[in-house]
Structure formats: structure tokens, C-alpha cells
Write a new protein. Structure first.
Length: 191
């Protein structure tokens, strides 16, 4: 019983923060929130990249016999989403610890953690694209993770109460960051 009381004291900085957390209708723990965020990052940006590739390929040669690539890319996208979700749980544990440190330390570490998270996710999905795709997937996802995780961590730290964030605050943030990155990918000029 004393251990639980001690954990709760460490979890909330003030009594007001504890009360605000108790008033949440749909609280999400940090691990669950980063898992959902990882799934979004594993779904939307790769889908945008693959969509561009498919549309550009079939625009240049509409009668192509290479339609088999579409199910392969959808499978790779699914793998990225699943790996992003499960690795997001581990990243959530790291975020919990880093949010206890100073803002400077957290902001310096987040791009590297996001990069590592992206490498794991991108390589896991890309491995199915003739093995060489693991390198390209890791490179692209590392760039996505190094941008997305710091943005998410800052907003999460501002809005969380204890170790939870209200679901109505989480989803607009996570979806917004994912969609902004997706829009940037769709807007790239590839010549």
C-alpha cells in the first residue's frame, strides 16, 4: 500500500494535477499514446510514399503488368503500422523517463530516439521489398521519426497530467503530426 502511495506522489507534481487526471473521461497512458502514435506514423507517411510511387508508375505506363506491387506495398505498410505500434510501447517507456528530466535534456534526446524508432520500423517494413528496401525504409523512417517524436513529446509533456493525457487532446496532436508529415511527402517534387 505504501509503495502505491509513493508511486502516485511521484506521478503527480501537484494535488491539482492529480485532480485533473482523475477528472479525465478517457485518459491514455504514455505507453498507449505512443503506441497509437507509432501506428499512425507507420500507416500514413508510408502510404503516402507508396501512393505517390504507384500513381507515378501507372501514370507513365497505364497498361503495365506490374500491378502485383500494390499488394506488396500494402503488406509493407501494414507491417510498418504494426511495428510502429509495438515499438511505440517501448518508446513510451523511454518518454516517461525523459519527461522527468529537464526540457533541454528531453529535447536533445528525442530526435535520436525518434530516429532509432524510425530505423526499426522502416527496416522491418522495407525488408519485404527485396531486402534492399530495408535500407531505404530505415533511412526515410529515421527522418520521419526524428521530426515527429520531438514534436509529439513537447505537446504531450505540456498536456499530460501525471502520466496520462486526455484522449480528446491526444488524437488531434498525433493525427495532426502524422498528416503534416504525410502532406510534406505528398508535396515533394520527385523528378
Amino acid at each position: 500500500m505504501n509503495a502505491e502511495i509513493e508511486r502516485e506522489k511521484r506521478m503527480f507534481r501537484t494535488e491539482r494535477e492529480r485532480l485533473e487526471a482523475e477528472l479525465m473521461k478517457s485518459p491514455l497512458a504514455t505507453e498507449k499514446a505512443t503506441a497509437y502514435f507509432g501506428a499512425m506514423l507507420g500507416l500514413f507517411p508510408p502510404f503516402a510514399l507508396f501512393s505517390r510511387f504507384v500513381f507515378e508508375s501507372f501514370k507513365s505506363s497505364p497498361a503495365s503488368d506490374d500491378f502485383w506491387i500494390v499488394p506488396l506495398l500494402l503488406f509493407v505498410n501494414f507491417v510498418c503500422m504494426v511495428v510502429g505500434y509495438f515499438s511505440g510501447k517501448m518508446v513510451g517507456r523511454i518518454i516517461v523517463e525523459l519527461e522527468k528530466s529537464s526540457w533541454t535534456a528531453m529535447l536533445l534526446a528525442m530526435p535520436f530516439i525518434g530516429m532509432l524508432w524510425g530505423i526499426i520500423t522502416g527496416a522491418a517494413g522495407g525488408i519485404f521489398i527485396f531486402v534492399i528496401g530495408a535500407f531505404f525504409g530505415a533511412f526515410i523512417a529515421a527522418a520521419v521519426g526524428s521530426l515527429a517524436l520531438p514534436a509529439f513529446a513537447v505537446l504531450h509533456r505540456w498536456l499530460k497530467k501525471g502520466d496520462v493525457i486526455e484522449e480528446k487532446h491526444f488524437f488531434p496532436i498525433a493525427l495532426g503530426i502524422s498528416c503534416i508529415i504525410t502532406a510534406l511527402i505528398l508535396g515533394l517534387k520527385i523528378s
